[in-house]
Design a binder for this molecule. Structure first.
Ligand SMILES: Nc1ncnc2c1ncn2[C@@H]1O[C@H](COP(=O)(O)OP(=O)(O)OP(=O)(O)O)[C@@H](O)[C@H]1O
Ligand SMILES: [Mg+2]
Length: 201
């Protein structure tokens, strides 16, 4: 990961599983649409809509994720880069997609969008497409805090943490041919304007 001027550049393998992680309103769908081809993005809301006619139907989550996981497995089997656009703030959700990638041997990248709680609440209250209120955002932040402590030991090959709206908006992805080196966990995160690249093992 590099910072050049105002721009943050994240290196990603051309073929990998990208898991976007963030609370509701953190900007995952916006980020995915900005950086990836629509066919590369598997959005949990779309699959809720496919199975139930209602993208906000949380009751449909299990069926929605079953379909999402099946398509993920099919795409990774064809060596196609695939992005999961779901909150993925709970470890069981990440475990499942890591298991699918692991069976295929696909490199795995986590990108955490860490936006202040206040901003996410403001955004959520402005949305007309989603009935969630501040309470749901706060609950999501509890999960996100747990995620930030456990993410490095869960098995992702690369972990990027993008802190704040400005960094997220000024991020560019650089798709590279080189495979990720599996030397334990190479940890790369960006907090504010401080760049840290640190090998843990
Ligand atoms: N960088 C940004 N600057 C300003 N507004 C943003 C930015 N990213 C997203 N938003 C706005 O915030 C709201 C939520 O964004 P988005 O739908 O991408 O979040 P999400 O993480 O996908 O949420 P959910 O988990 O509910 O699907 C949208 O109204 C979007 O326009
Ligand atoms: Mg979304």
């Amino acid at each position: 990961m590099k910072t050049r001027g105002q721009e943050t550049i994240l290196k990603l393998p051309k073929f990998c599983l990208v898991t976007l992680i963030g609370v509701t309103g953190s900007g995952k769908t916006t980020f995915a649409r900005k950086h990836f081809h629509p066919l590369e993005i598997l959005t949990s809301d779309s699959f809720r809509a496919v199975v139930s006619n209602d993208e906000n139907s949380m009751e449909a989550s299990q069926d929605a994720f079953e379909v999402l996981h099946l398509i993920l497995q099919k795409r990774l089997s064809r060596n196609l880069l695939t992005v999961i656009d779901a909150t993925s703030i709970q470890s069981f959700a990440r475990r499942k997609i890591l298991d699918i990638a692991g069976e295929i041997g696909a490199p795995t990248v986590a990108i955490i969008l860490n936006v202040p709680e206040k901003t996410c609440i403001e955004r959520t209250l402005q949305r007309t497409d989603r009935p969630f209120g501040a309470k749901v955002v706060r609950e999501h932040f509890e999960f996100l805090r747990q995620t930030l402590t456990s993410i490095y030991t869960e098995g992702f090959d690369l972990v990027y943490i993008l802190e704040g709206v400005e960094i997220i908006s000024n991020t560019r992805l650089d798709f590279v041919d080189e495979p990720i080196e599996h030397q334990g966990d190479v940890r790369r995160e960006l907090r504010g304007d401080i760049k840290e690249i640190d090998t843990r093992y």
